[in-house]
Ligand binder design. Structure first.
Ligand code: ACO
Length: 426
């Protein structure tokens, strides 16, 4: 039986049945109601209750604290998979078999190098440039090097450019980092896996061969898996929105990087660290909490549009914190973070609003322990998210229902005014 929603508008004596599918109504059907000469629409700033697409990539139940990629629980993937396995899963819908994984890993390895001329672009940035600014400009510049990315309806060209993007993101991130430190770039080492190679490109100094502690390599792997996708978040929405006008993957990724950079999204872990430093000591936590409750500041790393329960990624990261600190020593800010969390989980202000730690609350502490400055934190988010953006991009491009993103507005300004000449403007 078709499920319907009956809507009645008494003023115009109109009654209509709207078909419900997947617990949604089709907003264009509301146009059947005409109110004051205007077709009825929905008003939903920030897409609080609007599905913008159909997707089979990532499932979230924010009330229950569930996150799954292609149906696989995130905790299991974080425990048993590598990042590249997960990237394949996001892109192809299934976990790779051994041959598929080996081919995929060697394809990604093949595409790790940056085009040589990109170094000229990097050289043009000031030394204190924010690495996210470098990342945004450089991912956009990839399109100049690989214009076949516009040929996105060809599955082969699309797959090649996806592999290029995922292969090059760590190299770009590491080069942006080393530029800020005025250190020479370190090229990829083909004998290393994705995450170990990333660490050697970042941290290799004068030694012949950089070898990272396997616990740190695994911690990066876990962080990358947790950050790989998160359905229709702000940056993914930016990627899909830019894709909707017929753009290539690189232009869309650059838009995603820009959206991710904001402190309410991927920039939050950087903001968490700054917040912890400003608080400075555990005894100042109550005063800070009072400021949050009075609306003077936000508790960064807390709250989420979708999770109204503990963010499952934060739970896994909290465990990874211990593994990393075993190698690097404990970050003194951890104590402050734990005290803040205690308040957050018990104080009525947070409990009533269902604010819990999100993925960014503890990730910054790990990144700092690994030796990253705060401005690199969002870059470390963008590298693995490129896999999710690519999967979402591909899904959008191949979706027969896709449309150019073009929301409506409620116009609140003047209408049809008489033009005021320069002499009469006062
Ligand atoms: N600290 C204090 N109060 C908060 C916080 C917070 N971190 N987050 C939400 N609130 C309060 C709001 O003031 C509001 O209170 P009110 O009802 O009295 O006005 C209520 O909780 C609802 O908040 P909204 O801002 O309406 O919630 P929204 O879903 O729009 O925002 C967001 C979600 C942006 C993540 C928000 O919780 C926030 O700013 N958190 C801090 C930044 C952060 O950690 N972002 C990372 C998110 S995870 C990610 O993007 C990877």
């Amino acid at each position: 039986m078709t499920d319907i929603l009956q809507i009645r508008h008494p003023a115009s004596a109109t009654e209509r049945d709207l078909v419900i599918t997947d617990a949604t109504i089709r907003a264009p059907e509301l146009r059947q109601f005409v109110i004051d000469g205007e077709p009825l629409a929905t008003y939903d700033p920030g897409f609080m209750n609007t599905a913008s697409c159909r997707s089979s990539i990532t499932y979230i139940d924010g009330d229950a604290g569930i996150l799954e990629y292609r149906g696989y629980p995130i905790a299991e993937l974080a425990e048993k998979s590598t990042f590249l396995e997960v990237a394949w899963l996001l892109l192809n819908g299934e976990l790779p078999n051994p041959k598929q994984l080996a081919d995929w890993e060697s394809l990604i390895t093949e595409h790790r190098m940056l085009p040589d001329k990109l170094k000229t672009l990097l050289a043009g940035f000031p030394y204190d440039a924010h690495p996210m600014s470098i990342l945004m400009a450089s991912t956009a510049a990839f399109y100049s090097f690989y214009p076949d990315a516009r040929n996105f309806t060809d599955p082969q060209a699309r797959a090649l450019n996806i592999a290029r993007l995922i292969g090059k993101m760590p190299t770009l991130a590491a080069f942006a980092y080393r530029k800020g430190k005025a250190r020479p770039y370190v090229n990829p080492d083909d004998s290393y896996g994705y995450c170990h190679n990333f660490l050697q490109m970042l941290f290799k100094q004068a030694e012949r061969r950089y070898v990272a502690d396997p616990r740190l390599v695994r911690a990066v792997e876990v962080l990358f898996i947790l950050h790989a996708d998160h359905e229709q978040n702000c940056s993914t929405n930016a990627v899909r929105s830019v894709a909707s006008s017929g753009n290539d993957l690189y232009t869309c990724t650059s838009a995603g990087v820009g959206a991710l950079h904001g402190p309410l999204h991927g920039g939050a872990n950087e903001a968490v660290l700054r917040m912890l430093r400003e608080i400075g000591s555990v005894d100042r936590v109550p005063e800070f909490i009072e400021g949050v409750k009075a609306g003077r500041v936000r508790m960064m790393g807390f709250g989420h549009r979708v999770y109204k329960n503990y963010d499952p990624r934060a739970m896994i990261i909290k465990k990874a914190v211990d593994d990393v600190f075993e190698v690097t020593g404990v970050n003194p800010l951890l104590e402050i973070a734990q005290e803040l969390e205690k308040y957050g989980l018990t104080d009525d202000y947070f409990v009533r609003r269902r604010l819990y730690p999100n993925v960014d609350f503890y990730s910054g502490l790990i990144y700092e322990a690994l030796g990253f400055p705060p401005e690199m934190f969002t870059v470390l988010f963008a590298v693995p998210r490129s896999a999710g953006w690519a999967a979402q991009y591909q899904e959008f491009i191949t979706d027969p229902e896709n449309k150019i993103a073009r929301p409506k507005q409620i116009y609140t300004g003047y209408r049809a005014r008489g033009y005021v000449g320069m002499d009469d403007r006062g």
